[in-house]
Design a protein around this ligand. Structure first.
Ligand code: SF4
Length: 190
């Protein structure tokens, strides 16, 4: 079992997508992150895009998003083996770009990932993730959390983005409730 609160193994980029340039983000110069954790996990977490992975000296470090995410997982008893984390955009944008169009293009890679691995649940963190997965820019976390939704044949629920939780500590109890909601559902399946 992989330890929590540590760097999880990166899922390699599929060979045919290593040089993907479908959305133009390759021009931003950030490396592509396909996902991390266990690709066979029952819970797929969808975030907006990868955060910083390496510091200025190119040493890997755990960004705030991953620290908060792992802390919540830990508190509700989920292990790293239960989780796979991936992104709407597989590269971190560094300058202005057409957000809506870029998300529309890259979310197709996520749809391929879930078609291939068939997770039991999809857990969207943050409004960008929610709106991209549901393909509806009117939706938000606040109105969808604490419920299960059926989307594209997958059971889905949502929570705030870990960075929002770091910035607004009053969201932490809600965040934890949402993680508990997912952990309980997984228990029912075991
Ligand atoms: S962000 Fe997605 S669509 Fe854009 S280059 Fe990377 S993999 Fe391709």
């Amino acid at each position: 079992m992989t330890e929590l609160c540590t760097l999880w193994p990166e899922d390699p980029i599929p060979e045919h997508l290593k040089n993907c340039s479908e959305c133009g983000l390759e021009k931003h110069g950030t490396r592509m992150i396909w996902g991390e954790g266990n690709p066979q996990a029952p819970i797929y977490i969808l975030l907006d895009n990868p955060g910083a992975r390496e510091d200025r000296e190119n040493k890997p470090f755990l960004c705030g998003t991953r620290q908060t995410l792992q802390k919540a997982a830990n508190e509700v008893g989920l292990t790293a083996d239960d989780l796979y984390v991936t992104f709407v955009l597989k590269r971190r944008p560094k300058k202005a770009y057409d957000k809506e169009e870029t998300r529309k293009i890259c979310i197709n890679h996520f749809l391929e990932q879930i078609q291939l691995n068939k997770p039991k649940f999809i857990f969207c963190l943050g409004n960008v993730s929610v709106q991209s997965f549901f393909q509806n820019t009117e939706l938000d976390v606040k109105s969808l959390r604490e419920e299960w939704h059926d989307m594209l044949g997958y059971q889905n629920t949502v929570a705030y983005h870990p960075l929002a939780v770091r910035r607004r500590p009053n969201l932490w109890p809600l965040f934890l409730d949402d993680w508990m909601f997912v952990a309980k559902r997984l228990d029912e399946f075991k």
